[in-house]
Structures are given as C-alpha cells and as structure tokens.
Design a protein. Structure first.
Lengths: 572, 332
C-alpha cells in the first residue's frame, strides 16, 4: 500500500512538474495604455487670433500584445503586435494594426548566443550609442511620464541601446589563469533598403572583442561600420564609414577607496567612393577618465579629458533622437497669419513624430538654444577639453549631489581660426526627505538640477563675437500622500540669450555656409498631478500642465498652452 | 609613486597633440558677415601703358574681406571694354593685370580709358583713368585691317543693285583701329552682293606665308552685324594650290570655306582652326575636291563673298581685322 501511494505520489508530482513546464512555453507580455490630452492655447497678442482653434483634444488607446514562445530551452521567440485606436476614430476606420516586434534568440551548441530580427544593441559611447535627447536628464517625474511614453514607442531604453533589425551573436571564452574571460560580440543590421534605382542597401555592422584580465584590468576593441552594398542600385556612389576604437579600464580598490582609469581611443574614416564631389573625412578621438571614490563618506571625483576631432564621424553614436527639422503636430500654425510654430520643450516632451528611429550617415540638425555644447552627446565632433565631476552619495544619508564643470573648446574653428570656447556648470541634488524621519514611511522625493551653458568666441576686427547662454532649471517633488497615491509637482525653466553663428551643412556634413543665430527667450513648464499606483506595473495619472514661451526672435507672439493629461498605463 | 609619474607622463603625452588647428572649417565668417571696408584705394602700376611694346599694367586695391569684384576698363574713344572679375580681398599682379586685350569688341586703340571697380554685394565704386599710348599688336599674319584702305593687289566684284556700299569707312568705331570695310546693298536677283578676291600675290608671295600644319593656323575675322538686319551671310573661301603650279584650278584643287551667319549684333569675332575648314557646296558640307589635305602653306587666294537672299531686301555688314594666328585663336 505504501509503495502504491509512493508511486502515485511520484506520478502526480512528475505530472504536475510537466504541466508547469508546458505552461511556461508560451507567455504573454505587453503594455496597454489610454492617453488623453486636452490642450488650450492662449496667445499674448494685441490682435485676437480668429483663425487658430484654441482647444485641441487628442489621445489614443493602444495595446501592445506580445507573445513569448519557448519551443525549447535554447530558443525564444518574441512577437508583438500593436493595436491602436485614436480618439475620434470609429472601429474599423480609426484602428491601426502594426507589428511592433518580431525576434528570435537562443543558444547554439551551448556556446554561441544569437539574436535575429528586432534587436537592441549598443557598443561604446563613440561607436554605437543612443544618447538621450536634449533636456531629459534630471527632468522631474511629472514630465518624465510623457517622455517615457515617447521613449517606449521609439524603443529608447535606459541602457542607451538602439533598436535595429538584423542579427547579433556573441560568445565568450573562460580561462583558468592569467586571463579571466575573452568575449566576442558581432552584429549586422539593415539600416536602409534599396529602391533599386538611386538608393543602395545600407548595413551597419559591429564587432567587439573584450579581454577581461581580472577585476583590475580589461581592454576592448570596437569596430563599427555603416556602409552601402555595391550593386544594389544604379547609384555608383558608395558610402562607407568605419570607426575603430580601443577602450580600457584599470580598476583598483583598497579598503574604503576605489579608483579606476578608463578611456577610449580611436579613429574614423568616411568615404564616398566613386563620388568626386564628396569630401573624405578622417578623424580621431581620445578620452581618458580618472575616477576615485571614498565609499564611507560617498565622495567621488571624476576627471575626464577628451579630444574628438572635427572630422570624427560615427553615425552609430552621433545620430540624434530628435529631428529638429520637423514641425510640431499640435498647433503647428498659430496667429492670424498662421505662422509656423517652432519646436519647443513641450513638443520635445510629447511629440512622437519628431523622433528619429534610424541611424543617419550625416550630422543631424540640432537646436543651439537647448544644447550648443554636446548636441551629439559625448561623440560630438570638434571638442577638446576636460570635465570635472564631484559627487556625493553617502550611505547613511538619503542625499545625492553632484557638481560638474565642463571646459572645452573647438579643435578647429568654424569660419575662423579662432575656436569657440564652451563651459558648462551643473549641479544636481536629490533627496528622499522621508528617510530623514524614520517614522515617516511614505515616499517624499525632492530633485533639483541647475545647468548653465556658455559658448563664447572673442570678436575679430570685423566679425562680431559669439556669446550664447543657456540655463536650465528643474525642480521635482514626489509625495506619497495616502497609500499608493502620489502627488507629483514639477517645474522646468529654460532660458537662452545671445548670439552664435550656426553651421549649415550639406548632405556630406561639410559646412558650406553659416547663419546668424540669435536667441532671446525663455520657456517655462510647470505641472501638478496625481498618480495612483495599482501596482508596480499599473498606474493611473492625471496632471495639469502649463507651458509658457517667450521668444523674441520668433515671429509668433508669446503664448502659453494649458494641458490636461489623463494616462492609464499597464504593463504585463 | 613612480607609477604615478609614468601615468601622468602618459596622459600629458597623449593630450600633448591637442592644440587648436590653424585652419578652419567652412567659408570664412569674415567673408560672409564681416563689415566691408576699402583698405587701399584703386591704383595702377602704369598709367601710360604702351601695349605695342609688350607693356602691361596691374591694378591694385585691397579690402577688408573676400568679395566678388568686377574691374572694368572702357576705351573712351573706341568704346572697347575689358572686364576682369574675381573673388578676393585684394587686386594685385596675380588677378588684375591687363595686357591690352578686350572682353567686348571693339579693340582698344590709342586712347584714354576709364577704369571702374565695383562689388557684387556692396554699393561702393572705385574709379581711375589711364592712357593707352600704344595699342596691343597681335602676333600673326594680318590679311587686312583696312587702316590703309584696301590692298591694291585685291580685285573685287560688286553687283549693280540698289543702295550698294563697298568701301572703307570709319563712321562707327572700328573693331580694330579706325577703319573697316562696308559691304551692303539690295540685289533682288542674286544671292551675291559683292566679293573681294585676296590673292597671295597681293602680299608679295606666291602663297600665303603660313605654316604647313593646319592645326597650328587659325583664321580670325571681325564682322559687324547691324541690329536691324539678319539676312546677311559672309562666306570666306580658301583656295589651295595643291599641285603648286601657281594657279587654282576649279573643280580640281581644294577650296575650303567658312560660312558666317553673323549671330552677334554689333562687332563679333569669328575664328576657326584651319584644320576645321570644310568644303561647302551651296552652303552644305561636301566631299573635298582636291587632295583633301588642309595645307595652309599652299593657300593661294582668299575670297570674301557677302551673300543675302534676293527676296530679303537690303543686306549690310562691316568687315575688319582679318588675321591668321598660330597656337590659338586671336585674343583681341
């Protein structure tokens, strides 16, 4: 009897286990959201605008439904479709279906990991890196809610990887002594498809080999190349842009101290074969960081010295997220003259159409008033200098602070032999106020950030001087009022004033003209909202937002937009 | 400690090359946005220039930035115009030297000239004057410039039409010098208005003193077309003595032609390389008659015929400065 029961128990247990394994082969994941905007435009003008409709309501409901299939322990397939219904569209006419993701990944022979289809990939900051868009760092949480939606829709992840379509593979060798590990990564993605006429197929390929000698030393080689495939169209001009870099890191720690020396050195080459009109670019880069930290008091210092040549071109790192040549959809034209409204910080926060998905072979346009110093992130060409960053993050205090100073100048002057000089001072503070009071269990976070940019160049005898200032202030507060209900408050102000000459580049990124850029204005966003967290993955938010802009150089008068936003977001 | 020194030295070495470039990217801002100012006014190195002896004159000026400029020299008697253009911040021997040549006919002669310097994007104008004490002499064999009238060794034929003109004149400024030859009239029964035969013997030789290489020789002529008339055709016939017997035998020896439709109002220069001459029959290219070889040194006679459609009414043209040049067409 006992034996029978034992056997029955085994059968039952095995059966349960098998059933559990079969259940995990297919899982569902995704996101659902409902978003509503109610906007009201008010113009500060002596003449009433009788043409522009002041109130705009917009929004949508969408579901990203993903299926994750694991046919065996070495293979995973992820597919995701998006169903979206914009408000105002009836079923069948306003609904769009889209394949949002299709990918497969797995392990071959237990050694090589591979990914096919839609993949997220990154390499080093100078080869393949998706830098954040302007003004997003240290943005208060109340504004981040909208920016996060845009980032999610465009596959911009916190790890700065790029969503590409292609294939990737990686494997590693582990050693017993002298060297800890040797890693190899490779990727090839399709950037542009041929039209069989004037556009060649364009691919991006990357290789990375990394030697991790120990926890003290590692070195890597990165190769990235954006190139055309000859013969895929009638266009004989072939674009090729390889970038080769080596990065290294030397680490050491002793008691409460840790330090590391890391950097990257490399070169780039840009060619348009069979095109005598196009220039050849050969650039180089050199970055060195020295970091030291005392863990007991949480004080750290980082010194960065860098050199990025004016001819350094790395499409994988220099492609921007925002296309500043675009126009906003909301209130694209205002005033009785129906003047075009320029892009503003409000549009950067929520205007999805302005964002770029694909790697571009040229230096994209940027907005000098928002960021004239690092428009292409760390990979911005024609910069040399240093950055000092002092950090404070004690273990025993719920406070983080950092102060940084950037001092750089151009490697090569633009339009003159005299280089422009750039300085940036930034201070960031963050604190969990509630942690000062142990009895206070609810969250209360305060974040502050101030950034001040200055671009200068001394005047020449007959050419006016350059003096462009930008300042950004961010203040954010998150207060958990009652259980799971957060009060969010935020304020952001961007001020810009001054003058600079901005380069006008052709399709080969060669400067062929300059335009006078005058800035005098400020943009203020302030918002208050409530967010109820049903769980870590589900929340309902509403916020009232007021955006004001004054731009003396714009043809449109000062105006403000009041916005009501309702957002339901669920991840599963 | 020594590792610190090594590391510091390495860092310094790595960033030692980080100096600012002496060149710059893009066009000069000074050229685009710099304020324009005349630094040095307009002047010439030679105000009494004798081009006949090979003299030249150089114009000098300087400005605060690179700019598009036009230097124009106008003959106050001939109306000849020389135009020099450039983009720079100064005028000097490299870009503003005048050797007596012309841009717009007629050619300069011994006369006073007005000089003017203007700028494409500025309203400033600089002025000066100079004198041409000797007109430029072009190298080559001058068939005629009509300065001493017609060559007595020529022979001509003029139709007996109405309003016929067939003489040397100086009524309007000539293309070169003072005189030109006026051919015109109304002939309503024939294409031919008149012709001039210019045998080599008129120049004291059995053949024209030209080289054997047809690619070396260029025929140049200046023709004036009145603005209101478009019916005239000037035909030049080059008769070669293929067998060197001193006589041109029709339908046996080569006769090459140049037909000028006169598409320029006023004075115009028409030039052709001798090797490009064709055999024309009634204005249409045809097979060569003689040995088919262009032999300038065997040129026996040049005939100039002025033609017009008999139904087209009055036709008129002026003829001046016929010259053979070597190594390129005439630079007037």
């Amino acid at each position: 009897m006992k034996k029978t029961l034992y056997i029955l128990f085994l059968i039952l247990a095995f059966g349960l286990k098998t059933w559990a394994q079969e259940e995990k082969k297919v899982t569902f994941n995704g996101t659902a959201r409902s978003l509503f905007y109610g906007d009201k435009l008010t113009e500060d003008s002596s003449v009433e605008d009788t043409i522009t409709v002041p109130r705009l309501n917009s929004g949508h409901v969408l579901v990203d439904l993903g299926v994750n299939i694991r046919p065996n322990k070495n293979t995973e397939i992820q597919g995701m479709i998006r169903v979206r219904n914009d408000y105002g569209g009836f079923w069948g006419s306003g609904v769009t279906f889209d394949v949002r993701q299709l990918s497969a990944r797995g392990v071959i022979g237990g050694i090589v990991r591979y990914q096919l289809g839609d993949i997220n990939y990154k390499m080093s900051r100078y080869t393949m890196w998706n830098y954040d868009q302007e003004l997003i760092s240290n943005t208060p949480a109340v504004f981040r809610q909208q920016t996060d939606l845009v980032n999610y829709d465009h596959f911009y992840f916190n790890d700065n990887s790029r969503r590409q379509q292609g294939a990737a593979a990686e494997f590693a060798l582990v050693f017993k002594k002298y060297v800890k590990e040797l890693q190899f990564h490779a990727v090839t993605t399709r950037v542009k498809t041929s039209d069989f006429s004037a556009t060649n197929d364009r691919l991006f390929s990357g290789l990375n080999a990394r030697l991790i000698q120990s926890k003290y030393f590692q070195i890597g080689v990165n190769y990235a190349n954006l190139y055309d495939i000859p013969g895929t169209s009638r266009n004989k001009s072939i674009f090729i842009n390889p970038v080769l870099t080596a990065d290294y890191k030397i680490s050491y720690s002793y008691k409460n101290w840790e330090a590391n020396l890391n950097g990257e050195i490399g070169k780039s080459s840009t060619r348009y074969k069979n095109n005598t009109e196009a220039p050849d670019w050969d650039g180089r880069l050199n970055e060195l960081n020295a970091f030291i930290k005392e863990n007991k008091y949480g004080v750290s210092l980082n010194v960065q010295m860098k050199y990025v040549g004016s001819a350094f071109r790395s499409p994988g790192a220099q492609t921007k997220r925002i296309d500043f040549t675009g126009l906003p959809l909301a209130y694209s034209r205002i005033t009785n003259e129906q003047q075009l409204r320029a892009l503003s910080t409000m549009d950067l926060m929520r205007e999805s159409d302005m964002y770029n998905l694909q790697i571009q072979p040229y230096l994209m346009a940027f907005s000098p008033q928002y960021d004239n110093i690092t428009p292409y992130g760390d990979a911005t060409p024609n910069r040399q200098g240093y950055t000092l960053t002092l950090g404070y993050a004690p273990k025993k205090l719920p406070v983080t602070a950092s102060v940084s100073r950037l001092a750089q100048e151009e490697v090569k002057g633009e339009g003159t032999i005299f280089p422009r000089v750039f300085t940036r001072n930034e201070i960031t503070l963050g604190t969990d106020i509630n942690k000062f009071f142990p009895a206070w269990k609810k969250t209360m976070k305060l974040t502050m950030n101030y950034r001040s940019d200055l671009t200068t160049r001394e005047p020449e005898e007959l050419v006016r001087d350059v003096n462009l200032e930008t300042s950004v202030v961010n203040l954010g507060l998150e207060i958990e009022t009652i259980q799971l209900l957060d009060l969010l408050v935020g304020w952001q102000e961007v001020k810009y004033k001054g003058f600079d000459y901005t380069a006008i580049r052709d399709t080969y990124s060669e400067i062929y003209n300059f335009s006078e850029f005058k800035a005098d204005g400020n943009e203020t966003m302030r918002a208050i909202g409530l967010r109820y967290r049903f769980s870590d993955k589900t929340n309902l938010s509403f916020q009232l937002n007021e955006y004001k802009i004054r731009n003396e150089q714009d043809l449109v008068p000062q105006y403000k937009v009041r916005q009501f936003m309702l957002l339901f977001l669920m991840k599963f | 400690m020594k590792y610190t020194i090594y590391l510091s030295s390495l860092i310094l070495l790595v960033f030692a090359g980080c100096k600012t470039d002496d060149e710059f990217d893009g066009p000069a801002l000074n050229d685009l946005y710099g304020q324009f100012a005349i630094v040095q006014g307009l002047s010439a190195t030679n105000y009494d220039v004798d081009f006949s002896t090979g003299e030249q004159t150089t114009f000098e000026s300087s400005f605060s930035k690179n700019i598009d400029w036009v230097l124009e020299i106008k003959g106050l008697q001939s109306g000849a115009v020389k135009r020099i253009e450039g983009f720079s911040n100064l005028l000097n021997v490299d870009n503003a030297t005048w050797n007596g040549t012309t841009t717009d006919l007629p050619m300069f002669k011994q006369e006073s000239c007005a000089v003017q310097l203007t700028f494409l994007s500025e309203t400033d104008t600089l002025r000066d004057t100079l004198d041409v004490v000797g007109a430029r002499i072009n190298e080559g064999f001058v068939v005629s410039d009509f300065e001493t009238g017609t060559n007595p060794g020529w022979n001509s034929f003029v139709q007996t039409g109405a309003n016929m003109s067939f003489a040397v004149q100086s009524t309007i400024p000539a293309a070169q010098g003072n005189n030109y030859f006026n051919i015109g009239g109304t002939v309503n029964w024939d294409w031919l208005i008149g012709l001039i035969n210019m045998p080599a013997s008129a120049y004291g030789g059995t053949h024209y003193p030209l080289s054997e290489n047809p690619e070396l020789e260029n025929f140049n002529v200046m023709i004036y077309k009145p603005e209101e008339l478009s019916n005239g055709i000037m035909l030049f016939q080059f008769m070669e003595d293929d067998n060197l017997d001193g006589v041109f035998t029709t339908n046996v020896e080569d006769m090459f032609s140049l037909e000028v439709q006169m598409d320029k109002n006023g004075w115009g220069q028409y030039s052709i390389n001798y090797a490009d001459l064709q055999t024309l029959i009634n204005g249409a290219p045809s097979a060569d008659i003689g040995n088919g070889i262009r032999e300038p040194h065997k040129l026996l006679q040049i005939s100039v015929l002025f033609l017009a459609n008999p139904a087209s009414g009055y036709a008129n043209a002026y003829l001046d400065y016929m010259i053979f040049t070597q190594n390129g067409i005439l630079e007037p």
